[in-house]
Ligand binder design. Structure first.
Ligand SMILES: Cc1cc2nc3c(=O)[nH]c(=O)nc-3n(C[C@H](O)[C@H](O)[C@H](O)COP(=O)(O)OP(=O)(O)OC[C@H]3O[C@@H](n4cnc5c(N)ncnc54)[C@H](O)[C@@H]3O)c2cc1C
Length: 423
């Protein structure tokens, strides 16, 4: 048995329920960490997770393009919980890291010695006026929700021309490539069905560029040129009128017009559409935002951890990874795969009173689907440093074998290896 006390962390004896390690969220990150902790012999691990189902979200892009069955992206949560790990089926409602207690929606108090925070990201559809009312209707959809991805495909098939509009918000989003992948698939769909000439494809983004990594941007610029897509940067979607089929954007501080007159009210522009795919604003779940774990420097409320050790900057017995964390990299499952072993190593070290020894370098990757049957893999580290890792092949090229990887290889790897702590 390993020595379990650290100088900085006292065992919590007051709460009714208590676990040595409590994991908030049994999604990609929570399950992967739990599996790895069990493989390292940790006997007392619990996951607090409300959902009976677990989703393989990366395939929702393909679901939205009719290239993957929605049902194949969902499985029951129960068999995915690693053997020997306790599943508490409830929501975390409040975290008190000073008392080392999490309060659940049902009113239970769960004490912990060490906490792993992985409740994912919150989709803030309500931040865009009129959007929630029209989602799934009037040609408005979003691949960011399981129930809506099939609607994207339904609307895409009804398109015969006009304007197809795709948006990206100013907040970080899960899978930075997702807002644009569905755009390329729609443009390819139009080409294959003979109406590309009558379809105007517009990317309305609050970002400043199509991709921040220059080597990846270079490939995407050519894809955009090939399809004749109109990119409009520095504009944030603020309202949608589904009945009139109009989307309203506000120009951001980076827009040349606003830069020229920073004190004037920000101009708005309205774009009529036939089909609208929205990537909503995103933030940490509200219970994190309202807790002492949140990064006070941003209203988005990410769990404030050291970007290399994944340990909380104020509470040494708290760690975080995945979409809810403050890690300044693109939020993906691929990033979680690299974060999980680092977190587990440093957590086990902390349980033995050691300083963190493992370091996360910001690795993330995004399979950029650019057409039916074409994909290239964007891999990079912190500071947008391009970092291709696949040996022998040129991953900067759009390739059919990479499409097969996205459609068949990565889901297999996810379900059978990653969630079991084996990859
Ligand atoms: C359209 C789309 C395309 C994507 N494409 C890719 C891709 O190609 N490649 C890639 O690597 N990644 C992709 N991703 C991103 C990837 O799915 C996420 O980055 C990854 O799932 C993050 O893992 P996570 O555990 O942080 O969050 P999640 O997997 O979302 O899990 C969070 C868990 O926390 C639970 N939870 C929520 N609130 C609470 C609460 N109050 N208390 C307790 N539990 C709670 C949820 O039920 C959920 O199970 C994509 C995502 C989307 C939506």
């Amino acid at each position: 048995m390993i020595a379990r006390e650290t100088q900085s962390v006292k065992p919590n004896l007051k709460a009714r329920l208590h676990h040595r390690i409590l994991i908030l969220g049994g999604g990609t990150a929570g399950l992967t960490v739990a599996a790895r902790l069990r493989r390292r012999g940790e006997p007392d691990v619990a996951i607090l997770e409300p959902s009976k189902t677990h989703y393989y979200q990366p395939a929702w892009t393909l679901v939205g393009a009719g290239a993957y069955a929605a049902g194949a992206t969902v499985r029951n949560e129960e068999p995915l919980i690693p053997r020997g790990v306790k599943w508490i089926q409830d929501y975390a409602e409040e975290v008190d890291p000073d008392r080392q207690i999490v309060t659940t929606r049902a009113g239970d108090e769960i004490g912990y010695d060490f906490l792993v925070v992985a409740p994912g990201i919150q989709l803030d559809f309500d931040k865009v006026a009129g959007l929630s009312e029209t989602l799934g209707k009037n040609g408005v959809s979003s691949n960011y929700r399981f129930d809506l991805a099939p609607k994207t495909w339904e609307f895409m098939q009804k398109l015969r021309g006009g304007v197809a509009l795709f948006t990206a918000p100013s907040t970080p989003v899960k899978c930075g490539g997702a807002p644009q992948k569905i755009m390329y698939l729609t443009a390819d769909y139009a080409r294959r069905h003979g109406f590309a000439k009558g379809l105007e494809v517009i990317f309305g983004s609050a970002g400043t560029t199509i991709f921040a990594v220059p080597e990846i941007k270079a490939v995407l610029d050519k894809v955009i040129e090939r399809y004749g897509i109109h990119t409009q940067f520095n504009q944030e979607l603020v309202a949608v009128d589904g009945v009139k089929k109009e989307a309203t954007f506000e120009l951001t501080a980076n827009h040349p017009t606003v830069k020229a007159a920073p004190d004037a009210p920000k101009p708005r522009i309205t774009i009529p559409f036939d089909f609208l795919h929205v990537s909503p604003p995103q933030s940490a779940p509200n219970f994190i935002k309202q807790s002492p774990l949140a990064d006070p420097s941003t209203p988005l409320g990410w769990v404030q951890v050291d970007k290399h050790s994944l340990q909380h900057v104020r509470y040494p017995n708290v760690f975080s990874l995945g979409d809810a964390s403050s890690l300044p990299t693109s939020k993906t499952g691929a990033a979680v795969r690299k974060q999980a072993p680092v977190l587990v190593e440093n957590l086990l070290g902390a349980m033995n009173g050691k300083a963190p020894s493992a370091q996360y370098d910001g690795y993330t990757s995004c399979p950029l689907v650019t057409a039916y049957g074409k994909m290239f893999l964007a891999e990079f580290l912190y500071d947008n440093k391009w970092h291709p890792t696949v040996p022998l092949i040129n991953t900067q090229k759009e390739r059919y074998d990479m499409w097969l990887l996205k459609k068949y290889g990565l889901p297999l790897m996810y379900w059978d290896l990653m969630l079991k702590g084996l990859a």
